[in-house]
Design a protein around this ligand. Structure first.
Ligand code: LAG
Ligand code: CA
Length: 470
């Protein structure tokens, strides 16, 4: 397969939410590398709280106990390193979800051994790296400055200094805390981790975050590029995305809300304009849902309307806005429910043939190769705008795609600047070593006729020509 676009050129990402490390490694080799993914966002790898009394919820991960990678519910440090190496071998980067704003909250127990056995209580984490050499104590938190929950969300100082959900808030203005966080993230880069999602970035002053990531190694071993940093910022009138774009990319929640509503409403004419007025494309991470919005703001998810949601994620990979990030979920009925697991809360290996793991990314086939082949090409619209539920686009002369959010097949012809030839439809199949396992479509004399399935897409690009490319 052709190599994926670089992180800063919008190389497509998939979030394998809660997957075990060995399952991620296997998926890199079996599916992600061959289908063009640039990277996987993995769940937080550091030691976390273990909340048996709450049924081992997924959000244990967002309460760090130490920065040890051994042992989380997803595997050991050796498993983690093996995943980084095997994904590298498949051409796929690992992006780590970096929980650096806070440590634990009160939760169901409030203290205890963490997943790797480290003793802790709120504001006291005595052994951060398993060598007894460094810890956090009360002075490393904003207890004297605030020490209570955020109440006034219109006050940026409070949002950044007080506690999010009662989680012990790190004094990221202090040199020791900054150096410790840089040491944690740098140790991951040294292992070959190629990027970070900064959790709760809005809850840290930009200058603090800049100081933390400014100390990272300039080049990722195994990749000839700097670590890619993107920040989770749910912007509002008090805190803007532009405060963070100088540090790295930013998650664009306006795009997320816009794309979700447009596709849920079946209004693909509205989908064309999603992203207008939002962050510049090259500063944005774009997505249909993340692990929080699929629970808290379920406009369009795998649970509300699977076909339409798949179509929205396919559109995301063709649209050309931002760095596209696909969500891949496990099934759940309650928001707090953890992933498939054994009796002690250890996560089960992923099996995409079982309903417990939704594996939405598999339904997108080789759409990430479309994002790669069309990187940097502006989008133009080919349909006449007369059909609310249907739209067709072109990305320069590198890619053509049509989307049909209706219950009837859409048979249509378009003039296209794609070169003449036979193309693999990467929305319906994969393309590897010149072989297409989906439908093929002819471009002849500068035009193309497509039969777009009900609630489906057709996507053609110059990196997936079956013949006629000479
Ligand atoms: C995030 N981004 O800024 C994550 O995307 C989001 O998933 C995290 O919340 C949050 N910030 C903190 O990293 C998740 C759950 C929360 C959970 C929290 C800590 O959505 O529900 O809070 O992780 O585990 C839980 C309880 C709270 C309690 C808190 C502290 O739900 O009621 O106050 O733990 O004990
Ligand atoms: Ca903070």
């Amino acid at each position: 397969a052709a190599s994926a676009a670089a992180p800063d050129d919008g190389g497509p990402v998939v979030h394998l939410f809660q997957w075990r490390w060995e399952s991620v490694a296997q998926e890199c080799e079996d599916f992600l590398g061959p289908n063009g993914y640039a990277a996987v966002q993995v769940s937080p790898p550091q030691e976390h709280v273990v909340l048996e009394g709450e049924g081992y919820p997924w959000w244990q991960d967002y309460q760090p106990v130490s920065y040890r990678l051994d042992q989380t519910r997803r595997g050991t440090a050796a498993d983690f390193q093996d995943m980084v190496d095997r994904c590298r071998g498949a051409g796929v980067r690992i992006y780590v979800d970096a929980v650096v704003n806070h440590m634990t909250g009160t939760g169901s127990v409030g203290s205890g051994p963490g997943s790797a056995g480290t003793e802790y209580e709120k504001y006291a984490y005595p052994d951060l790296f398993g060598d007894g050499a460094s810890g956090y104590s009360e002075q490393d938190f904003n207890t004297a400055e605030c020490g209570r929950d955020i109440e006034d969300w219109n006050d940026p100082w409070e949002v950044r200094t007080c506690e999010l959900l009662g989680l012990s808030d790190l004094a990221t203005g202090d040199a020791y805390v900054r150096e410790t966080l840089t040491a944690y993230l740098s140790s991951l880069v040294e292992m070959g981790v190629a990027g970070f999602r900064i959790d709760a970035a809005k809850h840290m002053p930009p200058e603090d975050l800049q100081a933390v990531v400014g100390g990272l190694p300039g080049t990722v071993p195994g990749w000839d590029e700097p670590p890619y940093v993107f920040q989770e910022v749910i912007a509002d009138s008090a805190i803007g995305e532009d405060e963070y774009t100088g540090i790295g990319d930013v998650t664009e929640f306006d795009y997320q809300r816009g794309i979700g509503h447009a596709f849920a409403d079946g209004d693909l004419q509205a989908a064309k304009g999603v992203g207008d007025g939002a962050l510049e494309s090259d500063s944005a991470v774009a997505f249909v849902v993340n692990h929080d919005t699929q629970r808290n703001e379920p406009t369009l998810t795998h649970r509300t309307d699977r076909d339409r949601y798949d179509l929205a994620q396919a559109f995301l990979l063709a649209h050309g806005y931002g760095t596209p990030k696909v969500m891949s979920s496990y099934d759940y009925t309650a928001n707090d429910q953890g992933p498939p697991m054994s009796g002690d809360g250890t996560t089960a290996a992923t099996d995409c043939s079982q309903e417990a793991w939704v594996c939405e990314h598999r339904a997108l086939n080789a759409m990430p190769t479309f994002a790669n082949a069309t990187a940097g090409e502006a989008v133009s619209w080919l349909d006449d705008g007369s059909q609310r539920g249907r739209a067709a686009l072109e990305r320069g002369s590198a890619g053509f795609a049509a989307f049909n959010a209706t219950g009837e097949e859409w048979a249509a012809g378009f003039s296209t600047s794609l070169p003449d030839g036979t193309y693999c439809d990467v929305a319906s199949g994969t393309f590897a070593d010149g072989a297409c396992d989906g439908a093929t479509v002819q471009v002849e004399g500068g035009s193309v006729d497509v039969a777009v399935p009900a609630e489906g897409a057709v996507a053609l690009h110059v990196g997936a020509m079956v013949e006629g490319d000479g």
